[in-house]
Design a binder for this molecule. Structure first.
Ligand SMILES: [Zn+2]
Length: 377
């Protein structure tokens, strides 16, 4: 396509993005054409194009577009963050990379140290023991030390349910399982000790000790309302009121007994808008976040209305490399369902070894902040 023949609509994000990219990839590009391309990409960003936001973010971050004003890199982060939150996979990958590099730079000294060996020890040098199995334990957690390696294995039967369609599509199930599986990996915890996390899942419909994942489609909501109404008739409580409030809140969430304990029923409700139900990355992110709750983590939200104070940049060394903007961090337990850090894993180890929820911030209901925060690494 020649430049003269190209038509683009300044009010259409996709059209602006494609035209902008044309100038970039055109073989005869020169500074003038590149500037035209940049202007089109900027326009596409304004119109909310996630692809353009990713491209602009990447170009600014990598210094290809030289923005003189201070804070240009922050602007780039914001653009990448927006693109990632819209399901742009490449933007998420780049954000993960940027945050991981910043984290490693910050803790190079810790990583540079001689490797710490032996069974996993906590901040006081006490050996950590985790052996959670058996009745009413939906997530088995076992910490082993073999051949010089610490391995924390989580095992769960997962039952994915949609009252509307029975079992949701394979793609939705796969997205949920991969979000849970994201917690597996190699981590460095408690001052330079290596820990391998294994997540062993099986899709199973069982009555007990199973992690139920409900897809909140119309059928599920209908069923929940009916059950609640029946409970109210039988017990005179306000189950209907609670269920309706929950359905209205438009959020995914994890449900536990009154407070998080290793033992006790655990359920995830995946709430998706109609246009998001087939968005693989979105569902995967939601599942990753909600499984964090199932593993005993609190939220890292900026939501004063919900009783959270929010965590300011500069509060905890180990969270700062993941800080993006305002009180938002690119972390799994944040609103944008970002990546998983060493610190998250440290907190999970504490949750299971101490049988207590681990919080990032005090809340109006006065939970303490996890001991893992502010310890570095
Ligand atoms: Zn949450």
């Amino acid at each position: 396509m020649s430049e003269a023949k190209m038509k683009y609509d300044w009010d259409d994000a996709k059209s602006c993005y494609e035209a902008g990219m044309f100038y970039f990839t055109n073989e005869e590009r020169n500074r003038d054409k590149i500037n035209k391309g940049i202007n089109l990409l900027k326009q596409a960003c304004k119109l909310g194009s996630p692809e353009a936001s990713f491209m602009m973010g990447k170009l600014v971050w990598e210094g290809y577009i030289d923005i003189k004003k201070p804070g240009a890199r922050n602007e780039a982060m914001k653009l990448l963050f927006y693109a990632a939150s819209q399901g742009e996979v490449q933007a998420r990958v780049l954000l993960n990379e940027i945050c991981n590099v910043r984290y490693r730079e910050k803790f190079e000294e810790t990583y540079g140290q001689e490797a710490v060996t032996g069974p996993l020890k906590d901040f006081n040098g006490e050996e950590i023991k985790i052996k959670c199995k058996g009745l009413r334990t939906p997530i088995d957690a076992v910490l082993t030390y073999e051949n010089g390696k610490n391995v924390l294995t989580f095992r769960a039967d997962v039952s994915i349910i949609s009252a509307g369609t029975g079992r949701p599509s394979d793609e939705v199930c796969q997205a949920i399982l991969s979000g849970i599986q994201d917690w597996a990996g190699e981590y460095t915890v408690f001052g330079g000790q290596q820990l391998t996390v294994v997540v062993d899942l099986e899709e199973n419909v069982k009555l007990f000790d199973v992690l139920d994942v409900f897809i909140m489609d119309e059928g599920t909501k209908q069923l929940m309302r009916q059950v609640a109404e029946r409970v109210d008739v039988l017990s005179g409580g306000n189950a209907s009121k609670n269920v309706n409030a929950m359905i209205k809140s438009n959020r995914s969430f994890a449900a536990m007994n009154k407070e998080w304990k290793v033992k006790g029923k655990k359920t995830i409700f995946i709430r998706c808008k109609e246009n998001e139900i087939e968005n693989y990355e979105h569902i995967r992110g939601v599942a990753r976040h909600e499984f964090g709750h199932i593993l005993g983590l609190g939220d890292l939200y900026y939501e004063e209305a919900k009783g959270f104070d929010g965590v300011e940049k500069g509060t905890y060394d180990e969270l700062d490399p993941y800080h993006i903007t305002d009180k938002i961090y690119h972390l799994a337990m944040c609103d944008n369902h970002g990546t998983i850090s060493n610190n998250d894993i440290e907190m999970i180890v504490l949750a299971f070894s101490e049988n207590a929820v681990q919080n990032y911030q005090p809340t109006s209901w006065n939970y303490e902040v996890s001991e893992a925060l502010g310890k570095g690494n």
